[in-house]
Write a protein that binds this ligand. Structure first.
Ligand code: BES
Ligand code: ZN
Ligand code: ZN
Length: 488
């Protein structure tokens, strides 16, 4: 992760300088690089000979006086989106020209608040690289953690953006690491670390014994085959003691999902350490809420289990009684996330009576089929709630897209021998919305929204847009801004 320092004016004192340029600025020929006398000739030449056109994503190095000046194109000004800016900043910072550079100056093309925030996100989120287990002598050795001197006056909103992005990267670290390290015990330790010394926070942890005593049998069943401990961690944050209102956030924390006895095949199982991405997102949000001192009352509920395979595993055909009394037929042990969430949701509603509840989960592979890798799925029967979240999604670039939620779907999760079934009887159809419908049975009419981040939380290969390989931190910016800004 790179570190940002602000400076009000360009100084051209670093061994590398990045100049962001859109084509309108190039045409008008007024930008800071030209004000730097030693660079003026080279830049003018570059533009005159049309070696650099300023197309979106075009990067050109000028080596001069032992220093490197990297011009980075943004294309036509009216067509350049804030996402394009994040993408280009990432591309420039990670470009081969800056491979060994530790410290770089970055000169924005514009001094607009939204632009600077996007640049900051491009720096902090864009230059995140998961390299904990890479030996330093590998071929791709390069410095990804750079000091970036951003030419802009430091403002509170920029400091806030940096804080939120650090929350995003903290979530990514949790998701990317090994499943045998990031266990329920690890989550507990981290929660204690994050909340240490914070006065308006109360933690309550339900371990196996309490889960059994209180009857969270769906949660227990999922963890049955594992040598790790099941845990429901609840963090009560009172940011506004003058108000009774509260919002609950519930996260799916499957520290590994093997599928259980309905074992996942090769090709689907390798990334299942990321099945705790909902829980990890809430850890990032918790950090942000504390750091930004958000003035809302929030209940965080993190349902932790491991879906392992073994002689003790729960079994297809089992019928299990949930915390709220409904019985569930297990049609498939790989549809375990909704079981852990169902108990967590009804436990939070019964014991904390929130006015709103959002759950976040890597719930269904079907969400990838429906929406691809850039948009998380949003489902809620409450259109007003949906509209608010969609608006914030647009503002934060933490993308979500709405899928329908309607009562008739209940028919598809009927069981002949229990109250409900954990898989749909409409095979291969609408897997994402029927999973949400299962959760709805446990929401007791509390205004509720469900975020399915199965396809957005973890990217294989080289990543997409301004995210590299692995965890993206999907949901952290969305939920942080929602908590910060929603009006009741
Ligand atoms: N954790 C998976 C969903 C998932 C798939 C997350 C791909 C991330 C990437 C979930 O527990 C699961 O296995 N769901 C099943 C449900 C099915 C058995 C009804 C699925 O999506 O196939
Ligand atoms: Zn599963
Ligand atoms: Zn799962």
């Amino acid at each position: 992760m790179s570190v940002i320092k602000f400076r009000p004016k360009p100084q051209f004192d670093k061994s590398a300088t990045i100049l962001l340029l859109d084509q309108d600025i190039i045409k008008k020929k007024v930008f800071p690089g030209l004000a730097y006398p030693p660079l003026k000739n080279s830049l003018e030449n570059l533009l005159k000979t049309q070696q650099f056109a300023g197309d979106k994503g075009e990067i050109f190095p000028i080596i001069f006086d032992g220093k490197i000046f990297l011009v980075a194109g943004l294309g036509k000004a009216q067509e350049c989106t804030l996402r394009d800016i994040r993408i280009v900043v990432r591309k420039a910072l990670l470009s081969v020209f800056l491979k060994t550079i530790k410290s770089v100056e970055l000169i924005p093309h514009k001094n607009d608040d939204e632009v600077i925030k996007a640049i900051i996100e491009g720096i902090v989120i864009g230059s995140y690289v998961w390299e904990k287990y890479r030996s330093s002598n590998t071929d791709n050795e390069r410095i990804c953690k750079k000091d970036v001197c951003l030419v802009s006056v430091s403002k509170k909103i920029y400091e806030e953006t940096i804080t939120i992005c650090q929350g995003v990267n903290y979530t990514r670290d949790l998701i990317n690491d090994n499943a045998d390290l990031i266990t329920s015990d690890y989550f507990e330790k981290e929660v204690r670390k994050i909340t240490k010394g914070i006065k308006n926070v109360a933690i309550s942890i339900l371990n196996e014994k309490e889960l059994r005593a209180k009857g969270l049998n769906l949660h227990l069943a999922v963890n049955q085959g594992s040598n790790k401990k099941p845990k429901l961690i609840i963090i009560k944050y009172r940011g506004n003691p003058h108000q009774k209102r509260s919002i609950a956030l519930v996260g799916k924390g499957l520290t590994f999902d093997s599928g259980g006895l309905n074992l996942k095949p090769s090709g689907s199982i390798e990334t299942m350490r990321s099945d705790m991405s909902g829980a990890a997102a809430l850890m990032g949000v918790l950090k942000n809420v504390i750091n930004l001192k958000i003035k809302k009352n929030i209940i965080f509920a993190i349902g932790l289990a491991e879906n392992a395979i073994g002689s003790k595993s729960y079994k297809p055909g089992d019928i299990i009684k949930s915390y709220n009394g409904l019985t569930v037929e297990i049609g498939n042990t790989d549809a375990e996330g909704r079981l852990v969430l169902a108990d967590a949701i009804s436990f939070v509603i019964k014991n904390y009576k929130p006015n709103q509840l959002i759950d976040i989960a890597t719930l269904t592979g079907a969400c990838t089929v429906a929406l691809g890798y850039d948009y998380s799925g949003l489902m809620t029967p409450d259109q007003n709630f949906a509209d608010k979240l969609l608006k914030i999604s647009g503002e934060t670039d933490d993308l979500i897209w709405q899928l329908p939620s309607y009562p008739e779907l209940k028919d598809s999760i009927k069981s002949d021998i229990a109250d409900l079934k954990n898989i749909s009887n409409q095979r291969g159809a609408g897997g994402t919305i029927t999973a949400a419908e299962f959760l709805r049975q446990f929401t007791e009419n509390t205004p509720w929204a469900h975020l399915d981040i199965a396809s957005t939380a973890f990217l294989e290969g080289k990543g997409r847009t301004y995210y590299g390989y692995g965890a993206t931190g999907a949901g952290v910016r969305l939920l942080t801004h929602y908590l910060k800004n929603y009006q009741e």
